[in-house]
Design a protein around this ligand. Structure first.
Ligand code: HEM
Length: 141
């Protein structure tokens, strides 16, 4: 049985991590990750020259994360299905590159979580996601 909702009123939906963490948290996570990579000689060469806060790279990452954690789907509206592993195939990612990427991601996560008062459960949820998906992104021995 469907409940009837007045025109223009959204039916309830479950709260998402994005609802709790907010846009600014993901903006800081994405910018912080790429700021770290910009000065990390282990993987710097794979990335475009401009990794600043207004760069396309940061926008892609921010929109992807926002979408994944339940926010607006701007990433897919712009770029289609993420196909994350396929999009990474042109970069040889071995265990060392993954570990370097993850180190930068987790440092950025800790800063964003502290700055935006993320709860422990949400912090752990995002952390686990970054650890697992980065391992899945390895495509090179
Ligand atoms: C495992 C180590 C990883 C390495 C070395 C790596 C490397 C890269 C590189 C070189 C790019 C292209 C950057 C650009 O042109 O702006 C890129 C794009 C991207 N990466 Fe990663 N990445 C890794 C893991 C991840 C993970 C775990 C995620 C998801 C949480 C992710 C999400 C993205 C996204 C959303 C893009 C933009 C794709 C697009 O729309 O074109 N990456 N990555």
């Amino acid at each position: 049985m469907f409940a009837a909702y007045p025109r223009g009123v959204q039916p309830p939906r479950p709260e998402t991590p994005f609802d709790r963490l907010g846009e600014a948290f993901f903006a800081e996570l994405a910018a912080g990750l790429y700021a770290g990579i910009a000065s990390d000689a282990r993987i710097r060469a794979m990335f475009p020259q401009d990794l600043g806060p207004q760069s396309p790279s940061v926008a892609d990452m921010r929109e992807f994360l926002v979408q994944y954690f339940g926010g607006p789907a701007h990433y897919s509206e712009r770029k289609g299905h993420p196909r994350l592993r396929a999009r990474h195939m042109r970069f040889p990612i071995d265990q060392a590159a993954r570990d370097a990427w993850l180190e930068n991601a987790l440092a950025a996560l800790d800063r964003a979580a502290a700055a935006h008062g993320a709860g422990a459960d949400d912090h752990a949820l995002v952390r686990r996601y970054l650890v697992e998906v980065s391992q899945f992104m390895i495509n090179h021995a």
